[in-house]
Design a protein around this ligand. Sequence first.
Ligand code: UDP
Length: 254
Amino acid sequence: MSGELRSESLEQALAGPRWKRVVLKLSGEALASSASDETIDAAIVSRLAGEIAASCAELGTEMAVVIGGGNIWRGTTGAGEGMDRATSDTMGMLGTVINALALQDAIERAGQPTRVLSAVHMAEVCEPYIRRRALRHLEKGRVVILAAGMGSPYFTTDTPAALRAAEIDADVIMKGTHSGVDGVYSADPRLDPSAARFDEIGFMEVVAQDLRVMDLTAITFCRDNQIPILVFDIMQPGNIRAALSGKQIGTLIS
Ligand code: UDP
């Protein structure tokens, strides 16, 4: 280990966790395989779960994961083909429950206790989302996995991530990206090589410049309730821990 690396990890250990309680917004597509057409890639889930388990254990961070379902179904896909939008969105919400169970299994195999709480009640499968119960689990050091978004159609899981962050008094929303874009840029860096990444940016600028990092409803909700959002590349190994321990990665919207 180089002297630089050693002093960096020592610095992180001494600094402790940057935030006490976080909401991690994990897109369903992050669980899918880019190499094959696996809807849920066991190796990817295991890698993400291992990082979540290890960083929460080491840093003592309380974490609620809001899991998406885009790898299985998106409401807009069905609606675009003529399906009833509310029905199609309900299918999307059920997809998030499948992902939540996959993530729960992997995080628990990594040695970290979890609870899945769903906004659509499924007594045989997981607990219902009850705010005070979620808080109790967090206080007990369990990773809480929030499934089925808000339980209402016409939303994506970005807005429930913001809502739950406010409800459980989280210090930040960590929005993990999976498309190779590691933060908020002045333009899409995949299309415009001159695009520059912001280390920090204000909510108003994100809205005014129409920088599509999260749904607008979620962004304005976070602005109104003063919940910062860290946009970072979750597919880069080590980034969850780096973000939790305060290393400068991604873009902080505040
Ligand atoms: N969804 C919904 N209400 C919610 C959350 C999700 O109807 O509160 C549906 C919606 O159809 C969405 C799908 O669930 O397209 C999957 O969620 P999302 O698109 O956020 O998944 P991600 O992009 O994070 O993988």
